[in-house]
Design a protein around this ligand. Sequence first.
Ligand SMILES: Nc1nc2c(ncn2[C@H]2C[C@H](O)[C@@H](COP(=O)(O)OP(=O)(O)OP(=O)(O)O)O2)c(=O)[nH]1
Ligand SMILES: Nc1ncnc2c1ncn2[C@@H]1O[C@H](COP(=O)(O)OP(=O)(O)O)[C@@H](O)[C@H]1O
Length: 419
Amino acid sequence: MARRMMSRLGQWSSYVFAVDFDTNSDPIYFALASKQSERPQVFRNVLADEKCYSLHVQSDDKIERAKFYGGLKKKLSKELPPECTILEMSIFQPNVKDSVIKGYFLKDASKSSATERVLGELLRNDPVYVCSYLCGGEDRQWSQHLWSNTEDGWVEVLEKYCVVPAEKPVHHPSTLSIINYDVFYSFEDAYKVLQQCVDIIPESKAVLELVDQRLESKEKTDFPVIVIEGLDATGKTTLTESLTEALGATLLKSPPQCLSPWRARFDTEPPLIRRAFYALGNYLTAGQIGQEARQAPVIVDRYWHSTAAYAIATAVGGKLGNLPQAGSEVYGWPGDLLRPSLVLMLSLSSQERMRRLQVRGQDKTMEEEELEANHLFRQKVEEAYQRIEGPACITVDASPSPDQVLQQVLLLIREKCHL
Ligand SMILES: Nc1nc2c(ncn2[C@H]2C[C@H](O)[C@@H](COP(=O)(O)OP(=O)(O)OP(=O)(O)O)O2)c(=O)[nH]1
Ligand SMILES: Nc1ncnc2c1ncn2[C@@H]1O[C@H](COP(=O)(O)OP(=O)(O)O)[C@@H](O)[C@H]1O
């Protein structure tokens, strides 16, 4: 392990470390250097005299990294002393895609050695790098100390680096690993992830067998395909059902009904695996759309916009402004996924949407809980919806009565799809 870490360490001097001290401000960025920096200290204003540590997942296997990282926060929250604050952290090379190594930064205000004991255990048993941070000397310079295992199981400091301030990068580190980690832009890329999960998630095999039997979808459809999108309780189910009746259309949804037995199982997985599952759901639905749009118009309840918007909003940390700019490739449509004729996004005030959620009283998915609890997440989902292209969505005011919304949407469909 030490040898492997030594080879990786050489690269760390070109990496920047980002610690999210709170979601409403920029992360603290720092780098490592072999000598002290003349510039003011990185942590002076955010750390008192807590002991600080960081741990990063170091496996080269994307699935193993995602699975381990997915369970790490729960493990730390359970085993670390309550006085130890756990903060999101990443190491990355600015503007280098896929360079992000995710981890946690620990501010330990406890007086016990419990944190060091837990980290020593992790180091011995799991694919992690563990570091401690010390503030020394009269100029209170910070240094990072990388831990390693010795043969007789003790922890020793393998390497020491000076911690120096780093420039704020152009792109927030969380935006560097969206493609093929949070959002999949081809069937093959999503399919490969579930193939690699067959040994650890047996349900993947059943999902892949269904996907292997999917209907091929053509580029063009004989009848229009209209997707209805929107946050939970904006009225999608109500509208899609009345639209289907009014147009003599076929109603489909994504993920399709045939994936229902496994959806809750994949909702518990880390983003890499969960989003691959939803992406494959879109390809299954696309095959059904191609088939059904030969005979009649097709209405779809959620499709690509939901998959991409929720994934991007979940992946991008910190402020709303950290979202990739409009026009970024992350908002592009997968080249091999059937494009609908029209995408309508139902928009509603938060108050009315909450009222309707209460009235409906269904149990909520984890993401619905998150939408309710987290105004910033909801803003990111809505903003990501608006930035997705190929086709972009058209916003519809969903606050009038069900019938008025239906009439408004029928007018739009007649105008845009000549139905
Ligand atoms: N359909 C769909 N939902 C996704 C995707 N990624 C995340 N989600 C989340 C968004 C919502 O929190 C939840 C939506 O679940 P459903 O597809 O069952 O929507 P449904 O229309 O039943 O819920 P709603 O009526 O909108 O409250 O799943 C995705 O790719 N497709
Ligand atoms: N235009 C509307 N005005 C008032 N209530 C509505 C309207 N559309 C739907 N509802 C009600 O709001 C709740 C959520 O609607 P639903 O169609 O389930 O939304 P979604 O499918 O987007 O979650 C339901 O109780 C529904 O009866």
